[in-house]
Design a protein around this ligand. Structure first.
Ligand SMILES: [Zn+2]
Ligand SMILES: [Zn+2]
Length: 248
């Protein structure tokens, strides 16, 4: 399976990542990617960018070093109601919104009901596009219910390559279950490198292995063509009633 775009990358603005947008774009070009999403952590992440950073993403060109750039965020899910750490007036301006659970913002617990509700409520937020790294074992969830909600609301479940490599130990056991169920239920997935340094942009080795292992149909994988992303952004625009993203 060939993936031509990366939906999840961080820059120095995240506070604990090490490359600039230009360095990320260059690496993406070198690896043959056509598009990357810049998805720095939301403002509630310690060391994360101020809200003004997201308001000013408009100054970034639509293409850098031959690679299309989508402007987004990896927002923090803050509570069981699925609230995220950017207001609507900013979310409106972003192309891609990933919503994730992080222990700095959402206390890890074995409470499956609470974790499941948090993800489902985030899925219901019309601005949220992707649920980030849902296979994190510190947040056990009812996988089927989360996937059902993703399907109902037309959202993506992330297959996060770094969950197999550097982060969230134990995810490698849960992610194949999530991916298998997504295939069975016809839920779309988005593959993100979650790069925190340019060299990892477009690193999909483990995610591709997993998708190939389970014979995931290409039509369920967002990353196989830029057209799919553009189609999805149209879908999103309808959902949020206009919106001011780069594609307007
Ligand atoms: Zn994350
Ligand atoms: Zn991330």
């Amino acid at each position: 399976m060939r993936l031509v775009l990366d939906t999840h990358t961080h820059t120095i603005a995240s506070g604990h990542a090490f490359s600039t947008i230009i360095e990320n774009a260059r690496e993406a070009f070198r690896k043959g990617l056509q598009l990357i999403c810049i998805t720095d952590h939301g403002p509630e992440m310690p060391g994360g960018p101020h809200i003004y950073y997201f308001g000013n993403l408009k100054v970034i060109p639509e293409k850098i070093e031959g690679v299309e750039i989508l402007k987004g965020v990896e927002a923090n899910i803050m509570d069981e109601e699925g609230r995220i750490d950017l207001p609507e007036r900013i979310l409106k301006k972003l192309d891609i919104v990933i919503a994730s659970l992080h222990d700095e913002c959402f206390e890890p617990s074995e409470d499956v009901e609470r974790n499941t509700k948090a993800l489902i409520n985030a899925i219901k937020n019309p601005y949220v596009d992707i649920i980030g790294h849902p296979g994190n074992p510190i947040y056990p969830i009812d996988i089927e219910r989360v996937l059902e909600a993703a399907k109902e609301y037309g959202k993506f479940i992330e297959i996060n390559n770094s969950s197999f490599v550097t982060s969230r130990r134990g995810s490698e056991k849960i992610c194949p279950i999530i991916a298998g169920k997504a295939k069975e239920m016809g839920v779309r997935v988005a593959v993100g490198s979650d790069a925190h340094i340019c060299f990892d942009v477009g690193r999909f080795d483990e995610a591709i292995r997993l998708l190939e292992d389970i014979n995931m149909p290409e039509e369920l994988v967002l990353n196989t063509s830029v057209d799919k992303v553009k189609q999805y952004l149209q879908e999103k625009r309808k959902r949020i009633g206009g919106g001011q993203n780069s594609w307007n």
